[in-house]
Design a protein around this ligand. Structure first.
Ligand code: NVA
Length: 315
């Protein structure tokens, strides 16, 4: 049996990513056409960090697939504290069809995957947010057509989970991905190297720059993220504010004007108007953030459906 997980964006091949996006678009058009969790089978969805969209989309999506979402508050389960990741996984995996986990270190979800006999899905770690990137790519595809050859610019914290997942996910899609970030907030070299290697096979490209205008110029999609990620609250004072490192990367109408005339604006949310994005941009005509938030539902259903199908196919 080939058990399939989505722990990082590049657990999918370029062709598989395209197939998941096709499936997500089909599910959006016909939400109850896939009943892969009929029974209902249970999917455990664990959160060690705050959530709104991810919990909503998995709970709704699992129900629409015919299953039942068991949402577990990490404060109650205390995975790795009250009992080991291995033991928690051994218990869950006997009863559920899949496990979804939002946690801190990537090492934690990798360890879970070693003990799981059902698919494990990364619902955000410190390093990656693959479900979000699939929703973003789906949104760009809806608004701008085929992804290959398009340019995606991400400006802000280049060392966070969104930056890493944009690098990998957009490279898989054959896009030209640019990250505009201060030199002190570079992506992890190992992840950057993976993105460059993928881009070399898909016709995409990767550019890292500390110049926000260079990052955005001519881009088909412009994205940003909050400057203080979950788990970084203690660094908040150093990261925020007009004198902070990310201030030049705020998406203002002036910065957006350097992008293509029909560029779309993306933000994974929650957004802080007046920090990483101006209200005029996120609430303006180029913003597709509400489509993007809805598409979490369709993309996450497609991920679960795909992983379950693949894992069953060889079992
Ligand atoms: N980088 C952000 C993404 C939130 C969806 C965080 O980790 O908090």
């Amino acid at each position: 049996m080939t058990l399939r997980h989505l722990l990082a964006d590049d657990d999918l091949s370029p062709a598989e990513q395209g197939a998941v996006l096709d499936r997500a678009l089909a599910l959006k058009a016909d939400p109850f056409s896939d009943r892969c969790l009929a029974g209902p089978q249970v999917v455990a969805v664990l959160f060690d960090k705050p959530t709104l969209r991810t919990q909503l989309a998995f709970a709704t999506g699992i129900a629409q697939l015919g299953g039942h979402p068991l949402v577990v508050d990490g404060n109650l389960a205390q995975v790795g504290v009250r009992e080991s990741i291995a033991d928690v996984t051994r218990v869950l995996t006997r009863q559920v069809a899949a496990i979804v986990w939002r946690t801190f270190g990537q090492d934690r979800i990798v360890e879970m995957s070693r003990y799981a006999t059902v698919p494990v899905v990364n619902a955000l770690t410190d390093d990656y947010h693959p479900c979000q990137i699939l929703a973003d790519l789906m949104t760009i595809r809806e608004h701008r057509g085929d992804l290959a050859g398009l340019t995606l610019a991400y400006v802000g914290d280049g060392a966070n989970n969104m930056a890493h997942s944009y690098l990998l996910g957009a490279a898989l899609a054959g896009m030209h991905v640019r990250v505009g970030t201060p030199s002190a907030y570079q992506p992890k070299p190992e992840i950057l190297a993976r993105a460059r290697a993928i881009a070399a096979t898909t016709g995409g490209s990767v550019l890292i720059t500390d110049d926000p205008v260079a990052a955005v110029t001519g881009a088909d999609a412009v994205a940003t993220d909050r400057w203080v990620s979950m788990g970084q609250e203690a660094e908040s004072g150093d990261r925020k504010g007009e004198a902070g490192p990310f201030a030049p990367y705020a998406v203002s109408p002036e910065l957006m004007a350097h992008a293509a005339a029909d560029a779309v604006f993306l933000h994974c949310l929650p957004a802080y108007r007046g920090c990483e994005v101006d209200a005029a941009v996120i609430d303006g005509p180029q913003s597709v953030v509400w489509d993007e938030a809805e598409n979490r539902l369709h993309a996450q259903k497609a991920v679960l459906s795909f992983l379950l199908e693949q894992s069953r196919a060889d079992s």
